[in-house]
Design a protein around this ligand. Sequence first.
Ligand code: IPE
Ligand code: IPE
Ligand code: MG
Length: 244
Amino acid sequence: MVAAPCNSTLPRHVAIIMDGNGRWAAKRHLPRQAGHVAGVNAVREVVRAACDIDIENLTLYAFSSENWKRPAMEVGALMGLFRLYFRNDMDELVERGARVRIIGNRSRVEEDIRRMIEDAERRTLSNAGINLTFAFDYGGQEEIAAAARELARAAAEGRLDPETITPELVSSRLFTSGLPEPDLVIRTSGERRLSNFLLWQSAYAELMFVETMWPDFGRQEFLDALDKFTQRERRFGALPESAA
Ligand code: IPE
Ligand code: IPE
Ligand code: MG
């Protein structure tokens, strides 16, 4: 068992692409939905671990803007699980002091889910514990395009000088405004791509691809990933400390 890395080396923001539910189920001759159900347990375990070791920000990719392309039955099952998770786990999240936020395009989700999301955000707004963000109906390109649209509108209406557009200003118009950029992005299931997740925000994130399918990813795998993170050398374009 690996102990939790000491606080000074902890990433401030961990983001996870929770992938592999379908393959986890297929391997057990179960329907894909069973993999998603098991995936919710992994969410619970990782959120608890992150709270226990005081990770400041955890962002979980739960449903992409492209996941609408899946069969209606699977989309329906995922929506149902999202509802269930919020219904069952909100009290614990409130108790743990989590501040819950959902990033993504809310206009496409059903009214009751939208209300549930708003309710969760309102209920936890002044909490001072972990910032727990769910990317739900989220797409990074769409997010950047929406920010560009907003800035272009302001410029067209004479409220903004285009010369003053900086990366910081663009960042402030993204869903993640106010959150630090992710230090570590983990993707489970062995796939090596971002699938439209936090494209702008991950400019200097450490990417970690692990073979474990999401339903099998738990506290220990999370701690292992944090431990590996501490061994990475981040340079941000400068020279390593030893050479500077
Ligand atoms: C991740 O698991 C969950 C969502 C994308 C909602 P998948 O459903 O993508 O599982 P695989 O990749 O097919 O195994
Ligand atoms: C990314 O996984 C989205 C989530 C984990 C929510 P996908 O399974 O949808 O990604 P692709 O299609 O393999 O790139
Ligand atoms: Mg997948």
